[in-house]
Design a protein around this ligand. Structure first.
Ligand SMILES: *Cc1c(COP(=O)(O)O)cnc(C)c1O
Length: 354
């Protein structure tokens, strides 16, 4: 028997949250960009890092990076909190505004990490389910928020894994029915027709979270941020570890913002590729939900999600098996890849379903 101590009991039996990392020729399971960031950015980054004083701690306030993010969104630098991926932003929010005697509310199915990170921070997690079409009615949000008055309400727009945008009334309902923070995860915001960024103000409890992992083709960089009321940003800084953003990341993120036009081109190309992928799925016996992101949720008719997922993997195509997630029986989520990858996926799916 091991003499090692038990972890704290509130951790429960919860496993860590991980996407499967297996070898497959076509990897369409984690919503990354299929294309690398611009070559010019890499060259600029290499030159800029040559000047880093590596022996010294980095700028603790990440001033240049935050100014660049603020300028990109027309807000002030004191309304920007950056961290190691938007997941760390979510963790800081839970550490600062959640905790043992507080509640976080999620609307499932949604991004599993909202509930997971809240739970890890000791926050009580309450779940309200979306309707049978996986949509959320403003009235249902107002009722849930009014009844629970959560310290944190998580929304996700476009929602992962459904790909859909919520009715604009959903955000209004969440903001007006309660007194807590409303955290809107816009990891896929640039793919969609609308964003809540223009609604962020110092006197409104709205926090919009974004990431460099998807639209910016920089998942390896681990950089995300919140645009939030300045007092909320100041609070998040109190729970962040000192120097949590390394010098390399601060430079890389700031320089990346100089290539916004390239990012928008990649996003536009993925949106038209998504439409082509959805059209291809239209010829197969699957239900498809309308997506405003770089992934598509689908449910093969009369076949188990797991079985179809395995059939795809046997053909070296890896998608996300969401069939065991609440409300998603039989469903799979596929990331929009390059045209070649998507054709491989469509051909493999047609074979599996034949
Ligand atoms: C991919 C994703 C993120 C990204 O998290 P990072 O830590 O920034 O890589 C955040 N939210 C949602 C909904 C996502 O799908």
């Amino acid at each position: 028997m091991s003499g090692l101590p038990e972890p704290r009991s509130s951790l429960g039996l919860r496993e860590g949250y991980h996407s499967l990392q297996v070898d497959a020729e076509v990897r369409l399971n984690t919503n990354e960009s299929p294309w690398p960031p611009p070559e010019a950015w890499r060259a600029e980054l290499a030159a800029a890092t040559a000047g880093v004083a590596w022996a010294r701690y980095p700028d603790r306030s990440a001033a240049a990076l935050r100014s660049a993010i603020a300028a990109a969104h027309g807000v002030r630098p004191d309304q920007v909190f950056a961290a190691n991926g938007s997941n760390e932003v979510l963790q800081a929010i839970c550490l600062a505004y959640g905790g043992p005697e507080r509640t976080a509310l999620t609307f499932e199915p949604t991004y599993a990490l909202h509930g997971h990170i809240a739970h890890l921070s000791g926050t009580r997690v309450r779940v309200v389910e979306r309707d049978a079409e996986l949509r959320l009615a403003p009235g249902a949000v107002a009722a849930a928020v009014g009844c629970l008055d959560p310290a944190i309400t998580f929304l996700c727009s476009p929602n992962n894994p459904t790909g859909m945008l919520d009715d604009p009334g959903v955000l209004d309902a969440a903001l007006s029915a309660g007194s807590g923070l409303v955290v809107l995860d816009e990891a896929y915001g640039q793919f969609a027709e609308r964003s809540a960024l223009p609604l962020v103000r110092d006197d409104c409890p709205l926090v919009v979270v974004r990431t460099f992992s998807k639209t910016w083709s920089l998942a390896a960089l681990r950089l995300g941020y919140a645009v939030a009321p300045a007092p909320v940003v100041a609070t998040l800084e109190r729970v962040a570890l000192p120097y949590h953003l390394d010098a390399f990341k601060q430079i890389a993120g700031r320089l990346a913002l100089g290539y916004e036009a390239d990012m928008r081109e990649r996003v536009a190309a993925l949106v038209s590729e998504r439409d082509r992928l959805v059209a291809g799925l239209g010829a197969l016996p699957v239900k498809v939900w309308p997506s405003q992101a770089n992934f598509v949720l689908l449910r093969p008719d009369g076949r188990g999600g797991r079985e179809v997922w395995k059939g795809l993997l046997e053909r070296s195509v890896l998608v996300r098996d969401t069939s065991s997630w609440p409300g998603l029986a039989g469903c799979l989520r596929v990331t929009v890849g390059t045209p070649g990858e998507d054709d491989r996926f469509l051909a493999a799916l047609a074979e599996v379903l034949a």
